[in-house]
Design a protein around this ligand. Structure first.
Ligand code: ZN
Length: 314
């Protein structure tokens, strides 16, 4: 097997890495600014790939982790709220044409899940549920060692699961999704609403208030801040109980900044989850772990997707 080129398209940075058949570390790595609002994102991507392209080694395929939604079967983007110029862009076919190798893509959360399964916290497991909680909530599922992609390639948008149809608006435009209760901005929004209603707190209603400041206030014992995280954890438990019923994983892996707060979120999450799974068997030997690969999860997932896709067509 030759080299695999992995690409991770973030809102701030574009990364490209070259992976040889053996080894966990890339043989070359390049990171450039995405400059999402300036023309030329695709050209910057090509340049970053050229920088890591090996001189004397054959490249077998390119794997790409991209913001979604997208169609992994045709390689076309559907829409990219943060990088408008890639809307409906045939990214896979265009990269494949330019570099004359197959190109495979999927969304960043699905590929972070695949990366964690193959190289990170999910190693040795066959059924993995992955959730990343930050400004949004992304999800991924590995079922019996295969990434769950679905008929349209749109599977595992777990942050957009409905936990309360009458709940607050979500970033996607619909209401009551998990993301609208348990993401960082959702936690802040709840605090601001309570402050407005006159709830006492050491937090002030400021435009720049963020979820880490709420976490800090909670650590100092602020009742409103504590209740904001408990509420987020409770809804996370409601959603994950349904994910257990749907996917029955042996491990749940949490990534993203909001997950770093520990017991503040997870105590109420565990309690809520335990209360709601309809049979205790779901929780037998269930592991709950933090993501192990950090920023490299997308790249390693893109690499894994390319390797698996090549094997599937050979
Ligand atoms: Zn949504």
């Amino acid at each position: 097997m030759g080299t695999i080129i992995a690409v991770d398209i973030g809102g701030t940075h574009l990364r490209a890495a070259a992976y040889e058949a053996e080894g966990f570390k890339p043989s070359a790595h390049q990171r450039v600014q995405t400059l999402a609002n300036e023309p030329g994102v695709f050209e910057r991507m090509i340049k970053a790939i050229e920088e890591v392209w090996p001189q004397h080694q054959k490249v077998d395929a390119i794997g790409i982790a991209s913001p979604g939604p997208l169609d992994p079967y045709t390689g076309c983007m559907l829409s990219t709220p943060n990088i408008k110029q890639l809307d409906n862009f045939p990214l896979g076919p265009n990269l494949s044409k330019h570099f004359q190798v197959p190109a495979f893509l999927d969304n960043d959360a699905n590929l972070a899940c695949l990366g964690e399964w193959r190289y990170g916290a999910g190693r040795g497991h066959h059924d993995v549920l992955y959730l990343t909680i930050s400004t949004g909530i992304g999800g991924g599922v590995v079922a019996r060692n295969r990434l769950l992609q679905g008929y349209h390639g749109l599977a595992a948008e777990l942050g957009h699961s409905i936990v309360d149809p009458d709940g607050p608006p979500c970033s996607c435009g619909f209401s009551g999704h998990l993301e609208s209760f348990s993401s960082g901005p959702a936690i802040v929004k709840y605090v601001l609403k309570e402050l407005e209603a006159g709830t006492k707190s050491i937090l002030k209603s400021e435009p720049g208030l963020n979820a880490s400041q709420v976490a800090e206030a909670a650590r100092q014992g602020d009742a409103l801040a504590v209740s904001a995280y408990q509420r987020a954890g409770r809804y996370l438990g409601i959603a994950v109980a349904s994910f257990m019923h749907a996917f029955d994983p042996s491990i749940i892996i949490f990534g993203g900044g909001v997950s770093q707060v520990g017991p503040l979120l997870f105590d109420s999450f565990y309690a809520s989850l335990h209360e709601r799974v309809f049979h205790p068997r779901y929780l037998e030997n269930l592991r709950i772990e933090m993501a192990a690969l950090g920023d490299d999860a997308g790249l390693l997932g893109a690499r894994t997707l390319a390797e698996q896709s090549l094997q599937a067509i050979q």
